[in-house]
Design a protein around this ligand. Structure first.
Ligand code: HC0
Length: 567
């Protein structure tokens, strides 16, 4: 152990601890911009300067030494931090009022906390074009402060390695190799870079104008679906605690915004389980089938396998994601049922995910004869629309979703957290295979934020081995095992984002592990409180099969609910 003094406090920490972490352990807050523990410890921004034995050092990259004397709040330290931030602002566009991160920008907060009121320097502002090539993500290099957090998350958490430093000196920017457009590189559009960015240099493509226009068009019948993970996160935008379950308020808000029908993605999450469960059973019974089967509902994950492991695509379930199953049915089954011209339907989805914008625009996602999902909004975009409309979200009454496509079971809601698709699938597959009730429907082994989770379920003597990975770096580990022929699993769930959709790139700021865990608890609470907790028991799904699809994996299902991905 190392003994040192921080601001007069004697403390003891493990050898190798940085001054920043030592100070945090003593309850002393040092500001940072570029720091991410174990992910980005590069001392790029220098905001965390302190005095160590009388010398100014960046605390995030300075290890403690025996007898060290640290001072974090001297006039010289305060002045140095102020100068660092003033210099950063001197070449930063002063567009705070119109910036996506206005009010949630770490640089803005820092300037406020350091009492910066005037900028004594005039830096040269850049005027580089924004990269708007991606259907999901916009990059504004003019706002980039070169903290490299996006690059670190993309490389170390998602292992996609799409972003990196380009050029040198004053011309340095963080961008894809050769400054190619995001749409032309192996970007999965997961949006984890958005959460890492402390300023407004990366953000989702804003589709709210499209949706406002449709809502204002009397000829359009505007329907909406909300994804599982939105209901436990959007409350944060209105001051509620992370994980607060606000499903009924979201439905109420959507009606007040003018949507003609308010439905729920959880309905098609239940449907996905019925289709995917039967697909799994079919593969288990076929000695020539490709195993393990891997879930296909996370579009960032789909893009990742297409770029990095195309030879493993046959492992993917052919099921479309719940968003896209919903899109196909809302322009076929639903208009047929209620007697509307499908050409009038404008279908919107509210997602925690930026990659869903890309998924909706994939050319194969038009099996209804139209683009199945017309517009995708993130949780943050919906919150902005609610604010713009002046809706008092917190005091809204709880309302119900519309039938039939708003009815869901506890299994459907679990999709929003890592392990949830697996837990839901096992609940249904167990009963279909064994014809018996599962003794305990809660598959606790696949819950929680451990990167890769495993479980074995006994289907009446047949042992089914499953694995769950979240975050693409963890997915890569499982893919490498499969590629080497060393994975003895039957079924794997993969979600692109750490934590699953609760940690999606479109979720409120901030998103961290504590908040992910709180959001997951909200979904488990939703599941627990549902009278029906198994997808195949959803009466609206049963009615859909009776009236329209006829049977799982039948002709209509293949036409509307399944797809094939290409190398
Ligand atoms: Fe998800 Fe989904 S669970 S991917 O994270 O499967 O985005 O929440 O909507 O489609 O249902 C996201 C969340 C979804 C889909 C569902 C799946």
């Amino acid at each position: 152990m190392i003994n040192l003094t921080i601001d007069g406090q004697q403390i003891q920490v493990k050898a190798g601890t940085t001054v920043l972490e030592a100070a945090r352990s003593a309850g002393i807050k040092i500001p940072t911009l570029c720091y991410m523990k174990e992910i980005n410890e590069i001392g790029a921004c220098r905001v965390c300067v302190v005095e160590a034995n009388g010398r100014m050092v960046a605390s995030c990259v300075t290890p403690v030494t025996e007898g060290m004397e640290i001072k974090t709040n001297t006039p010289a330290v305060r002045e140095a931090r102020k100068t660092v931030v003033e210099l950063m602002i001197s070449d930063h566009p002063m567009e705070c009022l119109t910036c996506e991160r206005n009010g949630k920008c770490e640089l803005q907060t820092l300037a406020e906390n350091l009492g910066i009121r005037e900028i004594p320097y005039e830096g040269a502002r850049r005027d580089l074009p924004k990269d708007t090539s991606s259907p999901s993500i916009v990059r504004d290099p003019n706002k980039c402060i070169l903290c490299r957090k996006c690059e670190a998350v993309c490389a170390k958490i998602q292992e996609a390695h799409v972003l990196g430093g380009q050029n040198r000196g004053f011309n340095t920017i963080v961008a894809p190799a050769f400054s190619l457009p995001l749409n032309d590189v192996a970007c999965t559009m997961c949006g984890q870079c958005i959460h890492a960015c402390p300023v407004g240099a990366i953000y989702e493509k804003d589709d709210t104008a499209k949706v406002w226009e449709a809502l204002g068009d009397p000829e359009k019948h505007v329907v909406v679906q909300i994804a599982p993970a939105v209901r436990v996160a959007i409350g944060e935008e209105f001051g509620l605690e992370p994980g607060t379950l606000v499903t009924g308020k979201v439905y109420a808000a959507l009606r007040r915004l003018g949507f003609d029908k308010v439905f729920d993605t959880n309905f098609t999450a239940d449907l996905t389980i019925v289709e995917e469960g039967h697909e799994l059973i079919e593969r288990l019974n076929d000695p020539d089938a490709t195993l393990p089967m891997i879930t296909s509902c996370s579009p960032g994950w789909i893009k990742y396998i297409e770029h990095f492991y195309p030879e493993l695509i046959p492992h993917l379930s052919t099921c479309k994601s719940p968003q896209q199953m919903f899109g196909a049915l809302v322009k076929t089954y639903y208009p047929e049922k209620v007697g509307i011209d499908p050409a009038r339907i404008f279908s919107v989805s509210i997602m925690p995910c930026t990659a869903k914008k890309f998924e909706a625009q994939r050319p194969e996602m038009n099996s209804s004869g139209y683009q199945d999902v017309d517009a995708v909004l993130t949780t943050r975009e919906l919150a902005r629309m609610i604010k713009e409309a002046g809706i008092d979200f917190v005091n809204l009454p709880d309302e119900e979703a519309d039938a039939p496509m708003g009815i869901y079971t506890g299994a459907g809601t679990l999709f929003g957290t890592t392990g949830g698709v697996m837990e839901a699938a096992v609940r249904t597959a167990y009963e279909v295979v064994t014809g018996e009730q599962m003794p305990d429907i809660e598959l606790k082994a696949v819950r929680g934020l451990t990167g890769i989770k495993e479980a074995e379920v006994d289907f009446n003597g047949k042992k089914i081995k499953v694995a769950v990975a979240h975050g693409l770096g963890n997915a890569r580990k499982l893919m490498d095992l499969i590629a080497k022929g060393e994975a003895d699993y039957h079924f794997i769930e993969i979600m692109a984002c750490p934590g699953g959709c609760i940690g999606g790139g479109g979720q409120p700021f901030p998103t961290n592990d504590e908040i992910r865990a709180a959001r997951a608890r909200g979904l488990y609470e939703d599941d627990k409180n549902k009278p029906l907790r198994k997808s195949h028991e959803n009466p609206a799904v049963q009615e859909l099969y009776k009236e329209f699809l006829k049977k799982p994996l039948g002709h209509k299902s293949h036409e509307l609910l399944h797809t094939h991905y290409t190398r």
